[in-house]
Every structure is written in structure tokens, then in C-alpha cells.
Ligand binder design. Sequence first.
Ligand code: CQM
Ligand code: MG
Length: 362
Amino acid sequence: MSHKSAKDFFRPLAVGAPLPLREIPARPSRAIHFFDPSNEKMAAKIPAMVGTVDVLLGNLEDAIKADNKVAAREGLVRIAQSTDFGPTQLWTRINALDSPWVLDDLTTLVPAIGDKLDVIMVPKVQGAEDIHYVDRILAQLEAKAGLERPILIHAILETARGVANVEEICGASPRMQGLSLGPADLAADRKMKTTRVGGGHPGYLVREDAPRDADGGFRYDADRFRFQQDLWHYTMAKMVDACATHGIYPYWGPFGDIKDTVACEDQFRNAFLLGCVGAWSLHPVQIEIANRVFSPSVEDIAHARRVVAAMGDGTGAVMIDGKMEDDASLKQCLVLVELAEELAAIDPVLKATYDAIETPEA
Ligand SMILES: CC(C)(COP(=O)(O)OP(=O)(O)OC[C@H]1O[C@@H](n2cnc3c(N)ncnc32)[C@H](O)[C@@H]1OP(=O)(O)O)[C@@H](O)C(=O)NCCC(=O)NCCSC(=O)C[C@](C)(O)C(=O)O
Ligand SMILES: [Mg+2]
């Protein structure tokens, strides 16, 4: 296998294409809100959603009927050209690389709205070769269109091979912005036996030990505590490590049970706690959940600022509320404080909330 030199990695892949980025900016992306640009009712709502959600994503792949693929592509061009997105990012999800639509997706979108598109989400990525293909064709199209900044790539992890190759996918191009977990396609590809789009399953559980009866035997009753386990823990943790290693961002994907906002919140919070920066929203009701869950809480920020103030130059150890704090726990607190600052910069309500927290004297 041949490897690029470190310097080659940051040279454009086509003459005249913009220089690749050396770091992926930490732009807030708590909710990636999906809409179908061929659905007129949905599309009509998009301009008014600018500023209420971090990312608006015009979906061209699954969930768009085959007969509407061209209308969705053209609808996205129209919406992008006629909307001022302000602080909100515009992303798209193109069709799969083996589909009859993807070449036209790329050759239409980049010249028409490449200056407005921040990120292109690529579904069903299997390995680095898929990223290399998109990387080169984007460079050619960017050069032709005279674009000044590179469009970034986000891969969906939704095949067993993609999961096995997750590290090479993350490191395949300086365009790589992040990964989302696609629980529906991944379940099908692995032949998992859940038919749900994300979430737990009542059959995937651990049961309390059988209690002993009076003569020292066991009572194997069905009626014992059961704890549902997380079907997605392994994949999510693997994805988070791969993204952190390569300096890109991990996301939970969709939660299909739109009416169960409580379980959606749980799924999103698990992802937040494990290191993800956001999740997808499929319906307007999920935007508020993601915005809340992927923003550090007032309690977390109050605590983190206390630790920052108490740690002075960042070395040594102190006691706060009976707990030891040191260099490492200070770093944990700085993760939350820095995230809060990034979010406050684009979310005035959150800024006011964080500003109102009493900060202790150093
Ligand atoms: C779930 C559905 C069918 C319910 O649609 P509905 O019309 O039944 O919902 P509703 O509650 O009746 O809608 C209320 C209002 O909100 C509007 N609305 C509703 N949704 C949206 C939206 N997203 N954006 C903007 N507006 C929206 C809708 O048009 C309606 O407007 P109205 O009040 O004027 O009548 C609908 O919300 C929808 O189609 N959402 C997007 C689905 C989607 O993008 N799926 C693909 C991503 S998941 C995936 O691909 C898997 C993955 C990763 O690949 C893998 O795991 O493998
Ligand atoms: Mg999928």
C-alpha cells in the first residue's frame, strides 16, 4: 500500500482547488436537521428555521422517493440560492456512491451552490477508497467552480465494513469533518434483529441473579429485575475514539420513534456523555431536544468554573465538595467550558444563561 507524504496531504487534489484545511473548525452542530427538498410543505418551513438550528441538511438519499430524486436536488439548489443562512450551516446528504443519482448530485450541487454548502454527508461509506473518490471529484469541481474554501466530508457509519475500517475512514482526507452512526442500515447490514431506527430493545437485557429459596435452591422466576442494555454502545465508543484520534467530530444519527421524545432524549444524552457533539433531527420536535442535550448544563458549567478558578496555574491537587481535583479533572472541566463558549457565540439565550452563573473568585 502506498502512503501520501505529510506534505502531499495538504496539497489540493486538483489544480486551482482551494487549499485543504489543517484543522476542522469547531462549529456548533448540536442538531443536524433533515428535510426533504422535494416536499413543498417541508421546504417552505426551511427559511424560517435559520437561526433556530445549527445545521440544516437537504437530504437527497434514503427517505426521498426515486421519482423525486431530481426534484429534491433541484429544490435544494433553489432553497440554497434564495436563503441567507446566517450562522446556520447548510449540509446535504448525497445519494450512495453506487446509485444512479450521485454523480449528478455532485456535478449539479458544487457549481450551483458550492459556495453555500459547508459539508457533504456521504452515506454507506465502506472504507478510505470511498472518501478518496469523493475527495478528488470535489477538488475537480471546486477548481472548475472557482470556489475559495473546501467543502468538507461527513461519513455515515452504517455498514459492518465501515465500522471495521472506521479509523482509515476518519484519516482518509483533510476534508473529513465527522462521522454519524446510522443505526438502521447498520442493523440490516450486520443482520441484527432489531427493526427500530435507533434506541434500545426490550429483548437485549441483563437479568438479576435468581434468588435462593428457603432450602438453599434457586428460584428461577421470570419476575426479576431486568435492565435493558445499549445495543449501540460498542459502535458509538469505537466511533468516538476514531474521531478523537483524527481531530474530527462524532454524532449520533437518527432516532426514529418521533413521538417518544423521552427515549430520544436518552439516546442523545448517552451520545453527549460519550463524546458526541450532536445528533440528527428528523422532525422539528427533535431540534429542541438536541439543542438542550448537547449544550452543557448550568450545573456542569458552574462546577467546571469553580474547578478552573480553584486550580490556578492548572497544577497540583485541591479538594472541592469532598472530591479531589487535579490537572486531569481540570482538563475535563475545560472541555465543558470551551464547548459552552463556542455555543454561547451563536446562541444568545444560552449566552445569557451561562453569563448569569455566578463565577467564583480565582
Ligand atoms: C417522519 C416524518 C415522515 C413525519 O412527517 P409527518 O408529516 O407525519 O409529521 P407531522 O408531525 O404531521 O408534521 C407536522 C408539520 O411539520 C412538518 N415537518 C415534518 N417533518 C419536518 C422536517 N423534517 N422539517 C421541516 N418540517 C417538517 C410537516 O410538513 C408538517 O407541516 P404542516 O404543519 O404545515 O402540515 C417527517 O418528519 C420526515 O419525513 N422527516 C424526515 C425523515 C428523514 O429525513 N429520514 C431520513 C433520515 S434517517 C435515515 O436515513 C436512517 C439512516 C441514518 O440512514 C440509517 O440509520 O441507515
Ligand atoms: Mg441509512
